[in-house]
Design a protein around this ligand. Sequence first.
Ligand SMILES: [Zn+2]
Ligand SMILES: [Zn+2]
Ligand SMILES: [Zn+2]
Ligand SMILES: [Zn+2]
Length: 573
Amino acid sequence: MKNETKNCQNCKKDFVIEQEDFNFYEKIKVPPPTFCPECRMIRKMIWRNTRSLYKRSCGLCEKSLISMYSDKDEAPVYCSECWNGGHWDQLKNSKDYNFSKSFFEQLRKLFKMNPRFYAYKLGNLINSEFTNFSKDNKNTYLAYSVTDSENVIYSEIIDYSNNSLDCYAVNKVDGCYYNVDCESNYNTHYAIESNNCIDSYFIYNCINCNNCFLSSNLRNQQYYFNNKKLSKEEYFRKLKEYKLETYFGIEKAKKEFDSFIVKKTIHKFAFIYASQNVSGDHIHNARNIKRCFDTNNSENISYSMRVIGIKDSYDIVGVGFNAEIIYESMAATANGFKDFFCFITIEGCQECEYCLILKNCSNCFGCVGLINAQYCILNKQYSKEEYFEMVEKIKQHMMDLPYVDSKGRVYKYGEFFPYDMCPFGYNETNAHDFFPLKKEEALEKGYFWRDREKRDYQITINSSDLPDSILEISDDIFNKVIGCPNNGNQDFQCTSAYRIVLNELQFYRQKKLPLPRYCPNCRHYQRLKYRNPMKLWHRKCMKEGCNNEFETSYAPERPEIVYCERCYQQEVY
Ligand SMILES: [Zn+2]
Ligand SMILES: [Zn+2]
Ligand SMILES: [Zn+2]
Ligand SMILES: [Zn+2]
């Protein structure tokens, strides 16, 4: 094994390229990266704006729509019907390649003017206008990265789930509130890293439990409180004491729970299930995975996040549903093959490079917004022979005349799009979720930042003046504009004010949970605190006498007790 240490041209820290990485780059004929794995992940995450939505109208039929692109962007956006219908001259903005200018300058110009599909919405979406990165859903509202789900509100990364609110990264849950990294729970609220649990509250890493409260690391248990078994009667008496129908009661329990997790709970080094030879966190049913996060049903993947059902790929973000050999790409789906350096390639795009927003295209280079196209460069049609000849020339030209951004970063063939091509503010994207920055820091690094626009409304009640108990809330709550205590704080994309919608109120009443006291965006950032960062540290098991070592997302200075898999299994009940 021959590893090489390089210096990242973005963060200036050293990073290692391993022999097996070199093998991959050689196989797909790309030069090795010049950014470290973390900077590579961030540069794709800044293209993943899941949560910021804008009122626009379709550039063709003029129908109003909710788009992920701000109306400050010059490029027109097209609605689903117009886009998928393909009834416009797709090659009308085509350009001859200009060898006196850098490739990225020319591509940026095309991206800035060419029509775009208005959001990342796929399949059949019923009554789900306020959503994005969404596929086959019904009645979703302010919910993002949602697949095959129904009645989901204020949530993100939701698969095959129903009737749930304020969740993050859940799969197959139903009737749940505030679940983070959970699977197959029913009627369970404030659950973290727990699976197959029913009728429980404030649980951490519990599996197959019902009626458990303020507990962690339980397996197949019932009527537990503070990790102690109670009789059924005692359990319900305890639960009643906490008055979970009130905001005061929930906050008290939440405080105790947070301290219980940090001080009294043994933590497993990573959440890895049914997998072989993997490093990273939140990996299920996968093989040969290196430094990945949120990766399921996949094999041979390195340096990636949010990956479902993919093979033989490196450096991908938000890629799902059967694709192979994808490299340095964001949002690729359904039968993609050999696509490199792309943003949104859907429905079987093959052998495309440096393309943005393509559907069912093959052999395209530097194209924007095409459907069913082949052998195009900068949206211009070439013959098959001309195409391959030109692509080789352009790749050489990218080496000879690379694009250099305002911070001196050099973009040759082999780099993802330069930062200054991205249409989203750093604060609008997944990058800010997992690598949060202050506005000044983001600008200093050369990222774009988008200040929230002031909206015209009058706050009619401050959230601290809301009645404490859900039982005291009357129907006139729909008329209220509630002030969020974070008062527009940009760290959390705070909207300053929020409303309660009908389905939401019905949910709180049915579950006997109090109204939330922060806006949906602030709640999103509060939930993310239950997740570790997308970084790994090499550490040793903290159980006395055990010498096992592992890669973990728990930083060494953190207060939690972290065990290896074997020692952890000995601790759970
Ligand atoms: Zn770096
Ligand atoms: Zn339209
Ligand atoms: Zn807020
Ligand atoms: Zn151990």
